[in-house]
Ligand binder design. Sequence first.
Ligand code: ATP
Ligand code: MG
Length: 168
Amino acid sequence: MTRGFYIGRFQPYHNGHQTVLERIAGWVDEIIIGVGSAQLSHTLENPFTAGERVLMITRSLADLDCPFYVIPIEDIRRNAVWVAHIRSMTPPFEVAYTSNPLVMQLFTEAGLAVQSPDMYERQTHSGTAIRQLMLNGDGWEHLVPKPVVDVIREIRGVERLRRIMEHD
Ligand code: ATP
Ligand code: MG
C-alpha cells in the first residue's frame, strides 16, 4: 500500500491541480490531499473557507479511480516541525508530490520520498491568475472543474471577493 501526499491552498481548486491529481492516481494506491492555510478565509489571497475548498475538491474528484482523503491543515509557522504537524493530521504516507522548494526540503529532511510532477499550463492555471480574473469580471470558469464553478456560484464567491476588495 503506497499513499501519496499533495498539498495546496486551493484558492480556488483549478484544472492544474486536477490534472496533477489524476496523474498521481495512476502512481499510488491512495491519495491524501492537504488543504493548506485551512484557518484562512475571506481575504483577497484566501477567499474560500477550508470547508468550501473541501467541497470543490471532493466533488471534482468524484469519479477518480483512486481512494482519496481531503484534510484541512492549519498553518503553524514553524518550519522545523511542519512535517510532523502534517503527519499528526493525516493517514501515514510514503511519498510527497510537490514542486515547492521549501516543502521539498522539509519532506526530504524528514526522510520522505519527494517527486515533482510537471506543471499544467501554469501561466493561466494559477490561483492568483484566477482570482484576478474574478475581480476583473473576466471569464475564469474554463480554468476550473465544473463542480468548482457550481460551488463558487452557490456561495456567491465572486461577490465575496469583490466585497473584500472594497474599502470602508
Ligand atoms: P496561488 O496562486 O493562490 O498560490 P496556485 O495555483 O499556486 O495558487 P496552490 O493552491 O498554491 O495553487 O497549490 C500549490 C500546489 O499546486 C503546488 O503543489 C503546485 O505545484 C500545484 N500547482 C499549482 N498550479 C499548478 C498547475 N498549473 N499545474 C500543476 N500543478 C500546479
Ligand atoms: Mg501557490
